[in-house]
Design a binder for this molecule. Structure first.
Ligand SMILES: Cc1cc2nc3c(=O)[nH]c(=O)nc-3n(C[C@H](O)[C@H](O)[C@H](O)COP(=O)(O)OP(=O)(O)OC[C@H]3O[C@@H](n4cnc5c(N)ncnc54)[C@H](O)[C@@H]3O)c2cc1C
Length: 300
């Protein structure tokens, strides 16, 4: 019987583990893939306070060492759900059920991708999923943003102050984004909007350097030379497995209060998988500490 089981060993889950362990609690950290979560695939992080430059995988390794040095038990296994028992929880994993007095859900999100042949080759090598994270590396360069919602248009506007030019590519003729945002993008002289268009091919050697845009109405093909593509076509929270025990919003994010309490007492949530507006390393670790402190309070 653990004091806390943490589902997902990204920055949020590992920060929660650190706080729980330092207050003498027993912790099991369950990770389905690789320890560190999304940040492990970020080659250069420049917006973590106090550390001007860091390699994301290095940061993930250090965090894992920090929590295992404090005595966390770890297991590489996918969690499939949580059962509420009499006074404790049973966490269902591929390796069998494990019991705990509290559970912290920190399963993050995955990013929807375009699914174009050859796309994967350029992940981290010219294709990014976060303009706030990676935009500043492309000062004075040419960026392409794909997507039609608020995130895509906001990213294009944000990048237009950093990059020399920004191409905004959307498959439909109208944007889902708020009209005011679309108007703002249209008024920027260095944003070039391509509606009814999809990306059909990528080119580059080790790094993406150009792509072909196909206009679906006219069948016209345009070659766009660029330094980076930001894919803003949606994030996918993987919270369905918890929907029978805690409340999710209509997009599938876990609903919680500011202390990371969910609708089920004893289950807490931290990081990108929770309903919130900013999904960054800083907010993930902030949630991890808040969720752990709420769990410690609950254990009293
Ligand atoms: C390429 C890239 C670059 C980035 N750069 C920056 C940056 O420069 N600055 C910044 O602030 N942010 C950056 N981010 C965003 C940042 O990495 C995330 O906001 C942060 O990692 C969220 O942490 P998290 O712990 O909530 O979730 P995640 O990092 O997504 O971790 C969740 C973990 O849970 C695991 N998991 C999921 N489902 C299960 C399950 N059923 N069972 C067990 N384990 C499960 C996953 O495998 C994963 O390891 C970047 C993201 C990416 C993808």
């Amino acid at each position: 019987m653990y004091d806390a089981i943490i589902v997902g060993a990204g920055p949020a889950g590992m920060t929660a583990a650190l706080y729980l362990l330092r207050s003498g609690k027993t912790v099991l950290l369950l990770e389905s893939d690789s320890f560190g979560g999304q940040i492990a695939s970020a080659p250069n992080v420049e917006n973590y306070p106090g550390i001007p430059h860091m390699d994301g995988s290095d940061f993930a390794d250090k965090l894992l060492t920090q929590v295992t040095d404090f005595g966390a038990d770890i297991d590489v296994t996918r969690v499939g759900g949580i059962n509420k028992m009499n006074g404790f929880f049973e966490v269902i994993t591929e390796n069998g059920p494990v019991a705990s007095k509290t559970v912290i859900i920190a399963v993050g999100v995955s990013h929807r991708t375009l699914g174009i042949p050859g796309e994967e080759k350029y992940f981290g090598k010219g294709i990014s999923f976060c303009a706030v994270c990676d935009g500043p590396f492309y000062k004075g360069k040419t960026a392409v943003v794909v997507g039609g919602g608020n995130s895509a248009v906001q990213e294009a506007i944000y990048l237009s102050d950093i990059c020399e030019s920004v191409h905004l590519v959307h498959r439909r003729d109208t944007f889902r984004a708020e009209t005011s945002l679309v108007e703002c993008a249209k008024n920027k002289s260095n944003i070039f909007i391509h509606t009814d268009s999809v990306i059909s091919e990528f080119f580059g050697d080790n790094k993406l350097n150009s792509m072909v845009l196909l206009n679906k109405k006219t069948s016209e093909k345009t070659n766009v030379v660029c330094d980076v593509l930001f894919e803003a076509i949606g994030r996918v929270p993987e919270n369905k497995i918890f929907s029978d025990i805690i409340d999710l919003d209509s997009d599938g994010y876990v609903i919680s209060d500011e202390n990371c309490n969910t609708s089920c007492p004893g289950i807490f949530v931290a990081g990108d998988c929770r309903q919130k507006s900013v999904r960054q390393l800083t907010t993930a670790v902030a949630d991890g500490s808040a969720a752990a402190l709420a769990a410690i309070d609950y254990l009293k």
